[in-house]
Design a protein. Structure first.
Length: 95
């Protein structure tokens, strides 16, 4: 998946998470940059490719977390890792 494809997906899906809210902290940009970093590291370390579906499922899981719901039980290890990176970045370290 190219960086442009990833940005398009994150922007469209991220807007659903932040629906009705401004994005003054640059949350979408943070999600995009963390995803690109994760994608590149995953490819380098394991040879695995982060797919569009992986990214969508991770975004769904992030949305569950933000709503205070449990994460879906059917996430792959890559999807869980990406979701946890986002959660850490957005909640622990702040935008």
């Amino acid at each position: 998946m190219s960086d442009d494809e990833l940005r398009l997906i994150m922007n469209s899906l991220g807007l659903a998470i932040l629906e009705g809210q401004n994005d003054p902290t640059g949350t979408i940009s943070i999600l995009i940059s963390e995803t690109v970093r994760f994608r590149d590291k995953l490819k380098e370390n394991t040879g695995e490719v982060l797919t569009v579906d992986d990214t969508r499922k991770a975004l769904d899981a992030l949305e569950c977390h933000l709503k205070g719901e449990p994460l879906p039980g059917d996430l792959t290890s890559e999807q869980k890792s990406l979701t946890q990176i986002w959660i850490d970045r957005l909640t622990v370290f702040g935008p």
